[in-house]
Design a protein around this ligand. Structure first.
Ligand SMILES: Cc1cc2nc3c(=O)[nH]c(=O)nc-3n(C[C@H](O)[C@H](O)[C@H](O)COP(=O)(O)O)c2cc1C
Length: 364
């Protein structure tokens, strides 16, 4: 059997061994934005998961653009040095390639870590002022953001470029812009959170203007052979919000991006995503068909056969998974076994895998 999930895929100058991507996952464990030994362990574990690409968690481009006090960032030389140490070791010891997601939290910043409650930081917990397209809080009891000015836009755009340059110096194989889940960029795109008048609000074209400016500026700094993409919210799952009819992916492709990851939801605190398996897949299929761009999808993809069908049926070029890699850090190995394929393993672990499952070993 030839597995589509385990077939190679080329993204710009990057050759991926298979279509499996570990989805970015915030760890809330950085020290003033700098990666710690937790990241060494977490990313080291995922480096040998069988996924061709591991995308490092939302990494913030300015200090006030973090979600929590523990969020990873690339706004300082210290941040760059700490992440370079982790990624260098992961590359030495692991089989995966590494991408990074660059982000700005917007009105969802100044928040508690999930295990502290996940709400807005309270007075006494060192909260900071947030900003967004419009002065509308994310939900009840959230900070009211100030309105982003054109000076803020210029600074944030340069911060994305500067962090992308730091990511390139670290040696990342791919860069992804976080334009989903209600953070600053998606906050501009969605009519639910963007009520601005003028050039950056109103029509879809205007709401996309700032995110597109950021994408173009980063593209100009990232060599063509390094894949640059974005994660988008394919649907706000709310009347009056973004829908798959809004050709966000097509516009981003026009800004020079190489791939789109289709996620959804996150624009307001009371919105719930659907709970059926692969709920973003139909949106990804449409993006792939209509925008003609390499497409990844995510969201309740758990089983090897489910992931295989998504790729084999041409619904997405790549699948990303988050929670099942935390549950089973060798998910890619086990999927390969289930689908009659194989993955690269570090030489220290070669005695596990196919030889372990061979009939002789099974009898022993
Ligand atoms: C612990 C955790 C942290 C996450 N952090 C991020 C993040 O940094 N950036 C992002 O785009 N999505 C983030 N997500 C969302 C996941 O990348 C993914 O889209 C979501 O969990 C759905 O995929 P799943 O059903 O495979 O878990 C996070 C999810 C989890 C569970």
């Amino acid at each position: 059997m030839t597995s589509a999930l385990f077939s190679p895929f080329r993204l710009a100058g990057l050759e991926l061994a298979n279509r499996i991507v570990v989805s970015p996952m915030c760890q809330y464990s950085a020290d003033d934005g700098s990666a710690t030994d937790w990241h060494m362990m977490h990313l080291g574990m995922l480096a040998n998961s069988g996924a061709a690409l591991v995308v490092v968690e939302a990494t913030h481009v300015e200090r006030s653009g973090r979600i929590t006090h523990g969020c990873l960032s690339l706004y300082s030389d210290d941040n760059e040095l700490a992440l370079a140490r982790v990624i260098a070791q992961c590359r030495r010891a692991g089989t995966a390639r590494f991408g990074i997601q660059l982000a700005h939290s917007g009105r969802k910043g100044s928040a508690e870590r999930p295990w502290e409650g996940g709400g807005a930081l309270k007075a006494g917990a060192d909260p900071w002022p947030t900003m967004a397209a419009s002065a509308i809080p994310f939900g009840d009891n959230w900070h009211v953001p100030r309105v982003v000015t054109e000076e803020d836009m210029a600074r944030v755009r340069e911060a994305f470029v500067s962090s992308a340059k730091r990511a390139l110096r670290i040696g990342f194989d791919a860069i992804e812009l976080h334009m989903a889940h209600g953070y600053l960029m998606h906050g501009f795109m969605s009519p639910i959170s963007n009520k601005r008048a003028g050039a950056f609000g109103g029509s879809l074209e205007n709401r996309l203007r700032f995110p597109i400016e950021v994408a173009r500026a980063v593209r100009a700094a990232v060599p063509k052979d390094i894949p640059l993409g974005a994660r988008i919210t394919g649907s706000d799952w709310r009347e009056g919000g973004l829908t798959p009819d809004d050709a966000v992916a097509k516009a981003l492709k026009g800004a020079g991006l190489d791939f789109i990851c289709v996620s959804s939801g996150g624009v307001a605190a009371d919105i719930r995503n659907p709970s059926e398996p692969g709920y973003n897949v139909p949106i990804a299929e449409r993006v792939r068909r209509e925008a003609g761009i390499a497409t990844r999808t995510v969201g309740l993809i758990v089983k090897p056969e489910q992931a295989e069908r998504i790729v084999a049926d041409g619904k997405a070029d790549m699948v990303s998974m988050a929670r099942c890699f935390l549950d089973d850090p060798h998910w890619g190995w086990h999927a390969a076994k289930a689908l009659g394929a194989d993955v690269a393993r570090p030489r220290q672990y070669l005695r596990a895998g196919p030889t372990l499952w061979a009939p002789a070993a099974a009898k022993a």
